[in-house]
Design a protein around this ligand. Structure first.
Ligand SMILES: C[S@@+](CC[C@H](N)C(=O)[O-])C[C@H]1O[C@@H](n2cnc3c(N)ncnc32)[C@H](O)[C@@H]1O
Ligand code: SF4
Length: 316
């Protein structure tokens, strides 16, 4: 099994100040356009089949629209994870046919809750307005773009997360829930803001299972994935092995390859090594340091199956 998706960071800047995330504290760094074109060429010449533009806020990088088009022309699956607030309505119109998936991080369809989590009062209105715009473009331009609402479950939304269902229905999207992580530079500060009491985790359990029962059509996740989230919040040990180590390569803007989602360790630099070194990416699958759902679930987008340990690139 080999890694297939590159998670690429284009900038170290963010316009939000989310409670659960420390990325916004970074100094802004600007990287030249050609820097990433060269990287995409290199990824294509190796064995990468998909690129996710994400981390900090990818739409703050002015050349992102050109990069999306370039990656698609190279036949890569293209995905973006965004807080949804700085999307240029004209430029996205010209780029939309080159995007396979776009994930909007929206933690609640209650304006005050979402803004409280993201710590800026403009976030909700901008994100929902851009979501509506992209949903409309998808209809008009008849593209196959998948839109997903990505909701980070935590203290402030454990009892209102269901509201994103209305958003999903309104704009014809899918939903993915992820439990908040309290690790290294994701966030290792304010545990009280984020973790649930025993009573709260029981409420979450009831609500999540109920949500899955009634609305699984809208969810990208299996019941097992939902149960894993519940177990995480209840503090149980989770024993499913990590699949991410076989399918993801995390690359920061200076072409450093990070060990994985749960570690800041730099494994090597792509530029210095003149490519991706597969042998350096072999990892211990029994790592239990992070609980992002996609590191232990089947991968909806790539067709990666945990049970069969096979990869069939999804061509929906
Ligand atoms: C780090 S952000 C980068 C992309 C973009 N800025 C955004 O917010 O979508 C990617 C995703 O990670 C989630 N996230 C942030 N901090 C987290 C944490 N401590 N644990 C789990 N997920 C987190 C965000 O809610 C978002 O859905
Ligand atoms: S979660 Fe995304 S939007 Fe929020 S501070 Fe982190 S990088 Fe920025």
């Amino acid at each position: 099994m080999e890694r297939y998706r590159a998670y690429l960071q284009l900038t170290k800047a963010c316009n939000a100040q989310c409670k659960m995330c420390d990325f916004w504290k970074n100094e802004k760094e600007v990287f030249e356009r050609d820097h990433f074109f060269r990287l995409i060429d290199l990824l294509v010449s190796e064995w990468i089949k998909g690129i996710t533009f994400w981390w900090w806020e990818p739409f703050l990088y002015e050349h992102i629209y050109d990069l999306i088009k370039y990656a698609k022309q190279k036949d890569l699956n293209t995905e973006i994870i965004t807080n949804g607030t700085v999307i240029d309505k004209e430029k996205i119109k010209d780029s939309i046919e080159y995007i396979d998936e776009i994930l909007f991080s929206i933690d609640s369809w209650i304006e005050s809750v979402h803004n409280k989590i993201r710590w800026k009062s403009f976030i909700y209105k901008k994100a929902v307005s851009n979501l509506a715009h992209i949903s409309e473009l998808r209809k008009t331009l008849n593209t196959k773009l998948q839109i997903i609402i990505d909701t980070t479950l935590q203290k402030d939304n454990f009892d209102t997360f269901e509201t994103v269902l209305d958003l999903a229905k309104e704009y014809n999207t899918k939903i993915n829930f992820d439990p908040v992580q309290l690790i290294w530079y994701w966030n290792n500060r304010e545990k009280n803001w984020l973790t649930l009491s025993e009573d709260e985790s029981f409420i979450l359990e009831k609500r999540l299972l109920n949500f899955w029962k009634k609305n699984s059509f809208y969810l990208l996740q299996s019941k097992d994935s939902i149960k894993r989230i519940i177990r995480y919040f209840k503090g149980y040990k989770i024993e499913d092995y990590c699949t991410s180590l076989n399918k993801d390569v995390l690359i920061d803007p200076s072409w450093d390859v990070l060990k994985c989602w749960g570690s800041s360790e730099v494994v090597y630099n792509i530029f210095e090594n003149k490519g991706i070194k597969k042998d350096k990416l072999k990892m211990d699958q029994s790592c239990y340091s992070c609980w992002f759902t996609h590191v232990r679930d089947d991968d909806y987008f790539t067709g990666y199956s945990v049970t069969n340990d096979v990869f069939e690139w999804n061509t929906y």
